[in-house]
Ligand binder design. Structure first.
Ligand code: CP
Length: 350
């Protein structure tokens, strides 16, 4: 990396430190959901529904002739493929640059890679990067709209938006996933369980869902969930006992069990007793039946069956995992239209 420093910091403090660098980014960028107003969330969901209903011929004209670059420094199946298919479905031309098969391997910096893509005509860059804050740097260096496809342990804003659409659709029906207010998820508890410490998905969901009235309960052992996670905002609580958290989640209203993968690649020497973890935190059929038989089951993927989630639950009737993937494709069409200033979106940056 060149330019802005990427020094290590306490993972739970990444959000505020990165947010402090905001400002001066191209309209249509989506770098975080932390400051995304509810009105913008609503506009993105409304555009998602509008584009989804569009006849193919109209849809492919929306971004015809526009150029979108996907710049991926980390592996991805869902995010990369859905952004690419979304762009193509709108008529845009896409190009993929990955760290494995580009001049990044030879040491080219993020800044120079971004400037090269801009010189080649890219009008928007979708970036996944292992360093928290990298999309902010790229947006500042290139002046292009940047869509954050996941940066380190910081944020995954499009994942939180697709998760929101999935929750609304599965709990209330598609018509309730078009317009949202600060009350739309009032009474809903979302228990996010697993490797919260390293999870950009948990962080973005904890920032977004309470804006719509949801209670977010972060659940896991101390090693994967430090107490300072409470600093993610109001509407966020911490639980250590998964069974109790699940029971409380469904005691007074709809409950969601969102499971997270143990990110072995980010554990950095941390010892974790997997047998104990599975016993205490795995979502399996027995636990579901005993604690929350009607809870909606979510997982951003990739899932490790037999570890954080049992196969029968992942494939069961309460599972919304494939809906999440489908909603990822849908929501990302709206984010691309917004980034490229098409489809009636106002000029906004978040
Ligand atoms: N949810 C998610 O970001 O999945 P990928 O890593 O496959 O993109």
């Amino acid at each position: 990396m060149t330019g802005a420093s990427m020094s290590p910091m306490s993972p739970m403090n990444v959000t505020s430190a990165v947010s402090a660098k905001r400002g001066g980014y191209a309209p249509g960028s989506l770098l975080t959901v932390a400051d995304l107003p509810v009105e913008q969330v609503s506009a993105i969901l409304a555009a998602t529904a509008r584009i989804e209903r569009m006849p193919h011929a109209e849809r492919v004209r929306m971004l015809a002739g526009r150029r979108v670059a996907l710049l991926f420094y980390e592996s991805s199946t869902r995010t990369r493929t859905s952004f690419e298919l979304a762009a193509k479905s709108l008529g845009a031309t896409t190009t993929l640059v990955s760290d494995k098969s580009s001049s990044i391997e030879k040491g080219e910096s993020l800044k120079d890679t971004g400037l090269t893509l801009r010189a080649l005509g890219a009008e928007c860059i979708i970036l996944r990067h292992p360093a928290s804050g990298a999309p902010f740097l790229l947006a500042r260096m290139t002046g292009l709209p940047v869509l954050n496809a996941g940066d380190g342990m910081h944020a995954h804003p499009s994942q939180a938006l697709l998760d929101l659409r999935t929750i609304l659709t599965r709990l209330y029906g598609a018509e309730r996933a078009v317009t949202v207010t600060a009350e739309s998820l009032r009474g809903v508890t979302v228990v996010i369980t697993g490797d919260i410490l390293h999870s950009r998905v948990a962080r973005s969901n904890a920032e977004l869902l309470p804006k719509l009235g949801a209670k977010v309960v972060l659940c896991g052992p101390e090693a994967l969930l430090p107490e300072d996670a409470l600093g993610l905002g109001s509407g966020v609580e911490i639980a250590r006992d998964f069974d109790v958290a699940l029971r409380q989640a469904v005691a007074h209203g709809p409950g969601v069990a969102m499971m997270l993968r143990i990110q072995k690649e980010r554990l950095a020497g941390m010892e974790l007793d997997l047998g104990d973890y599975i016993a205490r935190y795995q979502l399996n059929g027995e636990r579901m039946a005993a604690c929350a038989p009607y809870a909606l089951v979510m997982h951003p993927g990739p899932m490790i069956r037999g570890l954080e989630i049992a196969g029968d639950v992942a494939d069961g009737p309460q599972s919304a995992v494939e809906d999440q993937v489908r909603n990822g494709l849908a929501v990302r069409t709206a984010l691309l239209v917004r980034a490229l200033g098409a489809g009636g979106f106002e000029s906004v940056t978040v």
